[in-house]
Design a protein around this ligand. Structure first.
Ligand code: C2O
Ligand code: CU
Ligand code: CU
Length: 519
């Protein structure tokens, strides 16, 4: 608490050690924005714009945001909606196999580009920062939805400005459905509820307060004291007493959430980042790093009319400081903050049998990996106030290191090694002890193993119990001292993609690398 206050004071005093911003980038040669290809027969066409707008997040004055908005030009109007009618958190609903064209227009005062997080699409559609467009420019995306049914998302990805833009409000969900999901008869319509969890700080005029220029603050990542769900600081929803599908998504910049139900029920996990599991699984708690999604099933039929249940959250900074108590909002319950309330309606309850078989998908096999015995290493380290992946910070826009080239069609094991060695970063008050949510573009991976050097602390065990290291994923949290191996296949699309820490301030500090899929 005290340290946080110190940081805040330092931040407000305006001591600028190092301006983190797009200096050099402005001079970089830009690549021509993609335009519409008349030969691409789109099933769905969407106009998407990035712009400013004022929205009511708190009682009183509106908050000025940057956000996505849009309209459906071709296809079902239901393709685009907004989370709980928020108006600034768009939800795109697409079907596997659909051919989609998005006319994206940048109406912001600076460069941006859209990345479709979790999708397996060609390089030019992936939103690499080299494709960022300026104010007034347009970028046309054309791709076929090739992913399994699940909860994906989209966000800006410009060089060194991702954290700022996402914080200002730029993010949306992309829900994919398919026939297999329909056969699983999961809750739909009003019973299918996306929940976008984000924290923010507000000043006394209800305007967003961000991080300032101090490099030290960037390294800590930004965590706000107000947890918003679907853009609301006091989220509550009236629900019918029956089964629901909740799509939990951590859309924060840096905070790690540890979630549980106020009524002590376990979560029935239906899916993770890369779509539905084969079978639902029970889990008491959920730990979500930045960018992670977990779809859960919950049956409210056992509750009385007018009863309420809450989703409770503990919040952790990247250095695993529990700052739940210093956040604002509803009164703490047993050390956790209620962030969403579900109020039971008076309509008679309808119990629903829990889901059984959900999906079947070809499981990745480690024996197919070209490097099963010698996984590709991604070493996470910190020196002199910078974060490194394999001793490098993100450099030239199209630079590819020799250790970051893979062959199209091959399966590989990568090992993210967060070896917090003694002596490293000691001058920064033990700051090296950070959890990093590692993300790889263009693939979904299977977590193979999670090993820990030395003794696990009680906190490690507490957080680990909430990990969903199963199904297919595109983000995995690597705790300090851990090594996590993931198995993935570079199945489609040769080209240049990224892997990085999804703490957005770390990403912008250069904790990111290109990798090349070679044909
Ligand atoms: Cu959501 Cu490059 O990431
Ligand atoms: Cu991504
Ligand atoms: Cu990080």
């Amino acid at each position: 608490m005290q340290r946080r206050n110190f940081l805040r004071t330092a931040l407000l005093s305006g001591l600028s050690l190092n301006a983190v911003g797009s200096r050099a980038f402005a001079q970089m040669p830009r690549i021509e924005p993609a335009t519409a290809n008349p030969a691409f027969q789109a099933d769905v066409e969407i106009a998407l714009s990035a712009q400013r707008g004022d929205w009511a997040l708190l009682p009183g004055a509106q908050t000025s945001l940057w956000h996505y908005t849009g309209s459906v030009m071709k296809g079902d109007a239901g393709v685009l909606s907004f989370a709980d009618g928020s108006g600034h958190l768009p939800i795109l609903r697409l079907r596997r196999g659909q051919r989609v064209r998005v006319y994206f227009e940048n109406n912001l005062p600076e460069a941006t580009i859209v990345h479709w997080h979790g999708l397996n699409i060609p390089q030019r559609m992936d939103g690499h920062p080299m494709y960022a467009i300026e104010n007034g420019q347009r970028y046309v995306y054309e791709f076929e939805v090739d992913n399994r049914a699940g909860t994906y998302w989209f966000h800006p990805h410009p060089h060194e400005r991702t954290s700022f833009q996402v914080y200002q409000g730029m993010a949306g969900l992309l829900l994919v459905t398919d026939e297999e999901e329909e056969r699983a008869s999961l809750p739909t319509g009003e019973q299918d509820v996306p929940l976008v969890i984000q924290d923010r700080s507000f000043d006394e005029h209800n305007q967003l307060r961000y991080i300032g220029n101090m490099r030290h603050n960037w390294m800590m990542g930004f965590s706000g004291e107000r947890v918003l769900v679907n853009g609301s600081a006091d989220y509550s929803r009236q629900v019918s007493r029956t089964a629901h599908r909740l799509r939990l998504f951590n859309g924060s910049n840096a905070t790690l959430y540890h979630l549980r139900w106020s009524h002590g029920q376990a979560f029935t996990v239906l899916g993770t980042d890369g779509g539905l599991l084969e079978q639902a699984r029970q889990q008491e708690t959920l730990t979500l790093g930045v960018g992670e999604r977990v779809d859960v099933w919950v049956d409210f039929s056992g509750l009385a009319a007018a009863a309420q249940v809450q989703l409770l959250a503990e919040s952790y900074t990247p250095s695993l400081e529990n700052f739940t108590a210093s956040q604002e909002g509803a009164a703490l319950q047993d050390g956790a903050r209620p962030i969403a309330r579900f109020l039971m309606s008076n309509v008679p309850a309808t119990a629903v049998a829990p889901p059984g078989q959900l999906s079947v998908y070809p499981s990745l096999s480690r024996s197919e990996a070209v490097n099963g015995n010698a996984p590709r290493q991604v070493q996470i380290s910190m020196r002199m106030g910078s974060f490194y992946l394999n001793n490098r910070v993100f450099g030239g826009m199209q630079d590819v290191a020799d250790d970051s080239r893979v062959k199209l069609g091959t399966t590989e094991v990568w090992e993210f090694a967060n070896d917090a060695r003694m002596g490293m970063g000691m001058g920064m008050g033990g700051m090296m002890q950070m959890a990093h949510p590692m993300h790889v573009h263009n693939v979904q991976f299977a977590v193979q193993s999670r090993t820990s050097s030395g003794q696990q602390s009680a906190l490690h065990r507490h957080l680990s119990a909430g990990f969903t290291d199963y199904g297919l994923k595109d983000v995995v949290v690597v705790l300090p001292g851990e090594r996590v191996q993931v198995l993935m296949k570079f199945e489609n699309h040769a080209g240049l993609y990224l892997y990085h820490c999804h703490i957005l301030e770390h990403e912008d500090l250069g904790m990111m690398q290109n990798y090349l899929v070679e044909a």
